[in-house]
Design a protein around this ligand. Structure first.
Ligand SMILES: [Zn+2]
Length: 124
């Protein structure tokens, strides 16, 4: 005879969770969550949880650019799959903004640098 607590759970849930993998597989998935480190130019390597992602590096439109160019700049992102340059903020550290070259598919091969040390993007 099963314990009363187990009986109540199975009776109430029925097969509503039958689409989920067994509990031991759920634990396995949790261990495979993706994390990585970023190299703050000021503080060195830290867990990505210390940082806030802003966006990819984009070219700022000219002050007299039309409304659609400014809308693209402010609201739309390329969301590339692969290498891209991004703005990051060390929110739990030195409170600095910097750029990271990161491959978004695997979070590897990235380097971090200050904006002033970067090649300035073309204004085309
Ligand atoms: Zn820092």
């Amino acid at each position: 005879m099963m314990p009363l607590s187990q009986y109540n759970v199975e009776q109430k849930m029925g097969n509503s969770f039958s689409h989920l993998p067994p509990l031991d597989l759920c634990v396995l998935y949790q261990k495979k969550t993706m994390s990585f480190q970023l190299n703050c130019p000021n503080c060195g390597k830290r867990a990505v949880s210390e940082f806030t992602f802003k966006s990819e590096l984009k070219t700022r439109p000219a002050a007299d650019a039309d409304f659609s160019e400014w809308t693209d700049y402010v609201y739309f992102r390329e969301n590339n799959m692969g290498p891209q340059t991004e703005w990051w903020f060390h929110s739990s550290g030195c409170q600095s903004w910097f750029l990271v070259e990161r491959d978004t598919t695997n979070n590897t091969d990235h380097r971090s640098f200050w904006y002033n040390d970067s090649e300035q993007p073309d204004n085309n």
